[in-house]
Structure formats: structure tokens, C-alpha cells
Design a protein around this ligand. Structure first.
Ligand code: ZN
Length: 388
């Protein structure tokens, strides 16, 4: 498919906008019961699945799970299940079925029991809410939710489901899921190689270095401090609960800030470039970033790549990746000479063959672009966005 075809391609994509909201006391109480019932049903059905598997070697199907929910609701001791909308309970079982399908096909780990201090969630399909302009009323509620509308839904958006969550910091959010049409952006002739990691968060083949914001590091320290304090509190004590709440709040704020940074950066790079080349992440996983802990860096890079990938698919951009055994750092991007060795501490080097002086990461980013384009020309392992 040529890039011209992408230019005109339109496709439907699933989008989700998330807003914070502030429930009334009644709403809070109904949501607490709904979350509790979702958790109860989820856990009861997992337990039944486990037993069916262990005792009889039977894999539970969705209709079986659904029938089990009907039985639970008919039990007089479980009358509380009838006090909340049944839609989130059915949706939890659909979600659980997908989780098991993923588990059995080896794509994911085994579904876990839900605990009270996890993020709580409930999904309402469009038969269980009404949305009129900015008034969202959920099943069994009288008043609309007090939502902080931080962005405007696209005019044609038809909201098919809403997901209500309460995070461990006790904040409430509602995600509105809808289908949107996106069109590819005009085709550019810009190409960029992107080197992730080590000294900067990302280094571009244009020579630009993008550092992880200072707050990445500061947030990490604050979080570590409060986590240490939490660990010292006595189990089951009031102080421990307070400390856990505090850690959860900091965690939530840190995640929001990081998410925001990654979204801005991925949007910018996809807007500015037609072709974006990366090195597969596994290489960098072995290297230590001097400024960030490994877990934070890994999580941020994989989230960043995930965003780049779907935004590229939306807007008709092309992603190239070069293999993990490609020596991007120690190859001279000017003449192709490969150094026998290049220690991690060397930030700048001069090619013994052609005399070019290289910044380590900019040189790597240029090689990643060249290698990505070469693989693409040979029809090798390249992922192309496929418009619908
Ligand atoms: Zn050279």
C-alpha cells in the first residue's frame, strides 16, 4: 500500500475520554454497593471456574458463567445483588471471559480474585445509562453525575458504554467509550530515528534530545519515602490505613503526570513525522538509565511505544523497527565502520575510519533510522499501520 492510500483513508477507532466526577452521598453509597456486587460476582465465578476445572477438568464457558449469575441472584441470602443494576455484573463476566480466553491462549496471566483495595470498576452499557448533552444518569440513580467536563466529546460520538472507577486514592472517574472516525493526516516527507534510554528519555536522529522531566525523578523519591513509612506502620492500624491512602494519592498523581508527558510527546512526534523508526525495546532493557529506576523507565517506554503505535495507525504514519542484534551505538552513522567495543560511559566518540565525531545517542538514532528504512526496503519485519 502506498502512502497516498493512507492519505485518504478514514477509519473508525474506539476512543475513550475519561473525566473526574464528584458523587453525592447517595450516589457514593449506590456505587459502593455496585462495586461490591461486581467484586462478589467476579470472585464467586472465578472460584466456581477453578472448582469445575480442578474437579472435573471442565473449562467454564460464558453461557455457564451467565447461568451461574442467574443462580446467585435467585439465592435469597444474596438478595443484595438485586439492589444494583445487573448490567455491570454481566459485563464483569464478559470481561472475565476475555481474561480467561487470553490466559488459555498464553497472552496473559491467570485472572486474579478482586480485592477491596484494588481499583474498583463497573461498566454500564447504553441500556443502563442515559446521556443527554452533559447529563449522564446511571441506572438506578435519580440525579446526573457531577462531572468535570475537561474536554468536549466529538459531535458525532455515540457513547456505547461508560466505565465508572474509584481509584485507591478514593477519586471517582467515568470513561465514556465511543467510536470515532479519524482521517489520516497529510503525508509528510519527514523521517526520524528515535533512540530510547540511557542518558535522555529519547534522542532523535535530528540531534534533539528529550529529557525525562525532573518530576520523574522527584516523584520517584517522594513515593519511595512514603512507601518506606508505610512499611514501618503496624499492620491493621489506623495509621497504616492513613499511610496507605497517602501512598495511593501520590501514586495516582505521579501516574497522571507521567501519562500527560508521554501523550504530549507521542502526539508531537506523530504529528511531525511520516516515518518513525525504533529499536526493539529488549535491547535497552539490559541497559541502566542513570536518571531513572529501571522499572519506571521500562514502564514509560512501553507506554510511549504503545501510544506511538496507535496514533501512527490513526493518522497514517509508518513505524519501522530494527532488530535487537543491530549494533546501533557502535556503528559509525557516517561511514558504517563498526567499533569492536564501546563502553557505556563513553558519551562521545570519533570514528577511527572517517574521523567523524559522534554524540553516542544521536549516532544511534541515525543508525536506527537507516536500519529501519533498509529493513522496510527488503520487506523484512516491519509493522505497517493498516487503515480499515
Ligand atoms: Zn566513520
Amino acid at each position: 500500500m502506498s502512502s497516498k492510500d493512507w492519505h485518504t483513508a478514514e477509519m473508525k477507532v474506539a476512543k475513550s475520554y475519561k473525566f473526574r466526577f464528584y458523587p453525592t452521598t447517595d450516589q457514593e453509597s449506590l456505587l459502593a454497593r455496585t462495586f461490591g456486587c461486581v467484586r462478589f460476582v467476579w470472585n464467586a465465578v472465578i472460584a466456581a471456574r477453578e472448582e469445575a476445572w480442578e474437579s472435573f477438568g471442565i473449562a467454564t464457558s460464558f453461557p455457564d458463567a451467565s447461568a451461574l449469575l442467574t443462580d446467585l441472584k435467585a439465592d435469597p441470602d444474596l438478595a443484595f445483588l438485586g439492589e444494583v443494576s445487573s448490567v455491570p455484573l454481566q459485563q464483569a463476566l464478559r470481561h472475565q471471559q476475555r481474561a480467561y480466553d487470553n490466559f488459555f491462549s498464553g497472552r496473559a496471566g491467570k485472572p486474579r480474585f478482586k480485592r477491596k483495595d484494588d481499583v474498583q470498576s463497573a461498566v454500564f452499557m447504553n441500556n443502563a445509562f442515559t446521556l443527554d448533552k452533559q447529563n449522564l444518569v446511571l441506572a438506578k440513580m435519580k440525579e446526573s453525575l457531577n462531572i468535570r467536563w475537561s474536554r468536549v466529546l466529538p459531535k458525532a460520538a455515540k457513547v456505547s458504554s461508560v466505565c465508572v472507577t474509584k481509584d485507591p486514592a478514593c477519586r471517582y472517574f467515568v470513561s465514556l467509550n465511543f467510536e470515532d472516525e479519524v482521517s489520516a493526516k497529510s503525508v509528510l516527507d519527514t523521517k526520524v530515528g528515535i533512540d530510547l534510554g540511557v542518558a535522555s528519555f529519547a534522542t532523535l536522529s535530528t540531534g534533539e534530545k528529550i529529557d525525562a522531566p525532573d518530576f520523574f525523578r522527584k516523584d520517584e523519591k517522594t513515593l519511595a519515602f512514603w512507601q518506606r513509612r508505610l512499611a514501618r506502620k503496624k499492620k491493621g492500624s489506623q495509621n497504616r490505613r492513613k499511610a496507605r491512602r497517602k501512598v495511593a494519592r501520590i501514586h495516582a498523581r505521579v501516574a497522571d503526570r507521567r501519562h500527560d508527558f508521554l501523550h504530549k510527546l507521542s502526539t508531537r512526534l506523530v504529528n511531525e513525522n511520516q516515518v518513525l523508526a525504533f529499536e526493539s525495546l529488549s535491547v535497552k532493557n539490559m541497559l541502566k538509565n542513570r536518571h531513572l529506576s529501571k522499572s519506571i523507565a521500562d514502564a514509560s517506554w512501553s507506554e510511549f511505544l504503545r501510544q506511538i503505535e496507535y496514533k501512527a495507525a490513526w493518522y497514517g504514519r509508518q513505524i519501522l523497527s530494527c532488530g535487537r542484534f543491530f549494533p546501533s551505538s557502535k556503528t559509525c552513522s557516517h561511514c558504517g565502520f563498526v567499533l569492536p567495543e564501546l563502553s557505556l560511559s563513553v558519551r562521545e566518540w570519533t570514528c577511527p575510519d572517517c574521523g567523524a565525531t559522534h554524540d553516542r545517542d544521536v549516532n544511534a538514532a541515525r543508525n536506527i533510522l537507516t536500519a529501519g528504512l533498509a529493513v522496510c526496503a527488503c520487506g523484512g519485519s516491519v509493522r505497517l499501520p493498516v487503515p480499515a
